[in-house]
Design a protein around this ligand. Structure first.
Ligand code: AMP
Length: 173
């Protein structure tokens, strides 16, 4: 099975010039969903992971599945003002402007081994900010995993020093 066949390209979403990689077409196929989940699980199963953190909102699908399969707790990393208790905040630069991610201060314990997951790696700014949040809490980022990697945007450069893995790599748009 070629999992790339299950990713739908949507041009000019959410704005002109962006080729959006739609993963809902993979999620709705039970076999493709299972295969992708197995691959992500295999990347992380021997790392002694103690928590899985995932980025709102498309990271939550595989993130929570990974937490269950690894037998560990799940941590949502969210956009500002979504989490109710005390948070750590981390801002990062986008192509135009800035954005912020938040995580509950008590989500990760000091020294805990954390797997960070998101659906897609583009320029890497989002995942880099999430790594900083985990580290602010004293966690250790053991691996950063993605379903899709847009390798031509060199997001790995921002994540240098981390174990970065992906199921599907695109070398050109
Ligand atoms: P970046 O910070 O540039 O690595 O962007 C990654 C975040 O933006 C992820 O949470 C993705 O869900 C989303 N994203 C960026 N580019 C795309 C794209 N072409 N298709 C789908 N999602 C994208």
């Amino acid at each position: 099975m070629n999992l790339q066949d299950f990713i739908r390209d949507v041009p000019d979403f959410p704005k002109s010039g962006i080729m959006f990689k739609d993963i809902t077409t993979l999620l709705k196929d039970p076999e493709a969903f299972k295969t992708a989940g197995d691959m992500l699980y295999n990347f992380s199963k021997n790392l002694g992971i103690q928590k899985v953190a995932a980025i709102e909102s498309r990271g939550f699908m595989f993130g929570s599945l990974l937490a269950q399969r690894l037998g560990v707790g799940f941590i949502p990393i969210r956009k500002p003002r979504k989490l109710p208790a005390q948070v750590f905040s981390q801002s990062y630069t986008l192509e135009y402007g800035e954005d912020t991610l938040e995580m509950h201060q008590d989500a990760v314990l000091k020294g805990e081994k954390v797997l960070l997951h998101d659906d897609l790696l583009a320029t890497g700014g989002t995942a880099e900010a999430a790594c900083k949040l985990i580290e602010k809490a004293g966690g250790i980022v053991m691996q950063v995993s993605f379903l899709v990697e847009l390798a031509f945007l060199n997001g790995r450069e921002k994540l240098e020093g981390y174990d970065v893995v992906s199921v599907l790599r695109y070398n050109k748009e």
